[in-house]
Design a protein around this ligand. Structure first.
Ligand code: ADP
Ligand code: ZN
Length: 724
């Protein structure tokens, strides 16, 4: 008699290892099949895996429970299964947590169907409660499930249902699986310059060969990197292969969509956290069927089950937001290269300011570097000048130096647009009592409460805790004694309004541009010339192309250098380069003024003199001599608990049991700079090791032997970018 047909399954539950099941008669599964498996009384989704790739306890045939169901969705491909395993292994994450990113839409697994969504009819109900008014105001122009509209409007489901009854909101049947329109590679190709053509030819050739080929596309802002990699996308389209374009933030999606449809006739398929459930489902199904030809998304798009991938592009590849900081702490740029390798396709990392890690890979010949020299057409790189805040200080209580004020004045007179960059949301980073010196701290975090005057709130930027600004000091009860210390973008906008009451200004931060639609609105207003001065955070530093924007003022260039982690200077340099890159992208030349207390600091002098290579060479050398990444490896171990003693004791235990390994050192434990976050006490250890060591294996074995109390969380951050 034949043995029982058994399979190994990864269940979507991070606490569980792989489990074996029996395949009932008549069910067809293979590695990658998505199934429902019983677990006690529960039914959980899982994926069938190769048994020889996952160890588990052997269970006798007679004790196996049967699988309950196999979905009619394409099995996860072999390269994707290897990617999931590689990611779990490299970043020390539970396999189910990584797998969940591939199965990002449960409803996509069910068969094709239509759903009922709701949208406002424009009718105002007779009984207009404040809740209803708020709901109608916020869902204007939206469509979605009742709960999605309720969430968007910040009201209960019942309010939305009430509006349906009252006729102010109506039901719409949506065919959620309609195919996406296909981009046309020949819709509107640009005429490339010679160097652009040469670069494009290399990528096209790589797409044709369909083998792993990592490229660094390195060219200043405005050199035409996007146009060049679009040619590779066009080739993938001609070959009926899919392309994934990763962008660092969803705010950049909107301008990208427009640009893409100008070139290819239709928008690509977008994937980001702002999608409605029905949109996610439709995108997932089209991606797994190979019908979605070009997908643009934030890092989570990386793990989707592309049926037929032919090319990966990581745009603005130097961006640190590609590093995910919670859940599975992976770096999307690095995982993208691994995916390209496993899928045997080319990958293009595009950046005007490539990370030292990436430059080093090009240097040693692992990545092929493709350079674009200079800006496209007549556009020139902007002139960068420093303003010494000690020699030319702003008026007391103001933040813009006289020189910058004059330049803005001139720019306004010429009718050109100005961008003021300050990487700080809100009005002021610190609020204190003038009488007793009391400072407002977050009750849950080691962080000051940041005043947001527009929202009339004090907010913690780490945990989201908010409170209304009190009239009296909670410490000394003195009334109206609170003062704002230091500037945020809102305060700069106030200063601009005081100096030029007529100027039309816009504040651009994640508080004001929180959806692709908001980004589109901002872009539209800029393009129509309805804004004179933009005051923004890092959100405005990249991607945008406004030909009439000719002046950039960096309000505080020293800000990024505080905190002083490994990449502080590099990150400052990148940020200022990127924001400078917004100036003078059209025919008019651009100017950049950088306010600093330290005009001689290497970052500033490199920017002013344009000695990019010199700056990178010095930074790289410093990393090399300290054996820091990419020349050595780091891993952070973060221990946290609501109970201070438990956190401290566990961290001490981890420190005490650190293995002694040649070419590896363990630092700490010590309280993290963010010693308290969301009510949890945090301790950190840092592992520093030679490149050649398999740090993950060492850490796995080390921590695997230890036990800690239930309330303690131990997170390992491999290749950390944050040291807070
Ligand atoms: P980057 O991605 O390097 O910042 P872009 O691809 O955004 O550069 O190009 C900057 C601007 O120049 C864009 O408006 C782009 O459309 C335009 N441009 C670049 N190359 C060409 C070309 N060959 N023909 C027409 N326009 C081009
Ligand atoms: Zn907080």
């Amino acid at each position: 008699m034949e043995g029982v047909s058994r399979v190994r399954v990864i269940i979507l539950n991070s606490a569980l290892g792989p489990l074996d099941y029996r395949v009932p008669h008549g069910m067809n599964v293979e590695p990658g099949s998505i199934v429902i498996a019983p677990l006690g009384p529960r039914q959980l989704v899982g994926v069938v895996w190769e048994p020889d790739r996952l160890a588990t306890e052997e269970v006798g045939d007679n004790r196996l429970r049967p699988l309950l169901h196999a979905y009619d969705a394409p099995p996860l491909s072999e390269p994707l299964r290897r990617l999931i395993q590689w990611t779990a292994n490299y970043y020390l994450a539970p396999l189910p947590s990584v797998l969940r990113m591939a199965l990002a839409s449960m409803s996509a697994l069910e068969g094709a169907r239509t759903i009922t969504e709701y949208r406002p009819t424009g009718l105002v109900p007779d009984r207009l409660t404040p809740q209803r008014a708020q709901a109608l105001d916020r869902i204007a122009g939206r469509q979605g499930l009742v709960k999605e509209l309720a969430l968007a409007a910040d009201v209960s489901d019942a309010v939305i249902r009430g509006l349906v009854k009252a006729g102010a909101v109506e039901a719409v049947e949506v065919d959620i699986d309609a195919p996406f329109p296909l981009p046309d590679p020949d819709h509107a190709p640009p005429e490339l310059e010679q160097q652009q053509q040469d670069a494009a030819a290399l990528f096209i050739d790589a797409v044709q060969k369909a083998e792993f080929a990592p490229f660094l596309l390195d060219g200043v802002t405005g050199s035409g990197k996007t146009e060049v990699y679009f040619e590779a996308v066009a080739q993938a389209l001609r070959n009926d292969r899919q392309t994934l374009v990763l962008l660092p933030e969803i705010a950049l999606t909107e301008p990208f969509l427009k640009r893409f449809s100008a070139r290819f006739g239709v928008e690509p398929v977008a994937w980001h956290s702002g999608l409605r459930q029905s949109q996610r489902r439709r995108a997932w199904r089209a991606i797994s069927a190979g019908q979605a030809r070009v997908v643009v998304g934030a890092r989570s798009a990386l793990f989707l089950p592309y049926a037929n991938l032919g090319l990966i592009v990581v745009d603005e590849a130097h961006e640190v937001s590609f590093k995910q900081e919670d859940g599975v702490q992976y770096h999307a740029r690095d995982v993208a290269v691994m995916r390209a390798k496993l899928e045997a396709v080319p990958v293009v990392l595009a950046s005007a300011t490539p990370a030292i890690e990436t430059r080093q890979m090009a240097e040693i010949g692992v990545y092929r570097e493709v350079k674009l020299e200079g800006r496209y057409g007549a556009a020139q790189m902007p002139d960068i000048e420093a303003i010494d805040l000690i020699a030319d200080p702003p008026v007391r209580g103001r933040w813009l130096a006289p020189r910058l004020v004059r330049e803005i004045e001139d720019n306004l007179e010429r009718g050109e647009q100005t961008l003021l960059f300050l990487n700080r949301r809100g009005y002021a980073p610190l609020t204190l009592c003038r009488t007793c010196g009391h400072r407002f701290q977050c009750p849950n975090c080691t962080a000051w409460m940041v005043e947001h005057r527009l929202m009339h709130r004090l907010a913690c930027h780490h945990c989201g805790h908010v409170m209304p600004p009190p009239r009296a000091c909670p410490e000394c009860s003195e009334e109206d004694s609170l003062v704002a210390c230091g500037p945020g973008v809102e305060r700069i906008a106030d200063e601009v309004a005081a100096l030029w009451p007529e100027a039309r200004t816009a504040i651009v931060t994640s508080d004001t541009i929180w959806s692709p639609a908001k980004a589109a609105e901002f872009v539209g207003r800029m393009e129509r010339g309805e804004i004179d001065i933009v005051v923004g955070t890092q959100l405005v530093t990249k991607g945008y192309h406004f030909p009439n924007l000719t002046l950039v003022g960096v309000v505080d260039a020293d800000l990024g250098l505080q905190g002083g982690d490994l990449r502080a200077a590099e990150r400052s340099f990148q940020q200022i380069c990127q924001v400078s890159g917004r100036a003078g992208r059209g025919e008019k030349p651009g100017r950049v003024l950088v306010q600093t207390h330290e005009p001689l600091a290497p970052v500033i002098s490199a920017l002013v003199s344009g000695d990019v290579e010199g700056f990178y060479a010095a930074e790289t050398e410093a990393r090399r001599s300290a054996a820091m990444p990419p020349f050595g490896r780091l891993a952070g171990i973060i221990v946290s608990s609501e109970d201070l003693a438990e956190a401290t004791e566990t961290a001490r235990l981890i420190g005490k049991t650190a293995p002694i390994v040649e070419n590896m050192a363990v630092f700490g434990p010590a309280p993290a700079p963010l010693a308290m976050l969301r009510g949890r006490h945090r301790q950190r250890l840092l592992v520093h090791a030679a490149r050649s060591l398999d740090v993950q294996d060492i850490i796995r074995e080390w921590l695997g032997k230890l036990d800690w109390p239930r309330g303690v969380r131990v997170a390992v951050d491999v290749d950390p970018y944050s040291f807070l």
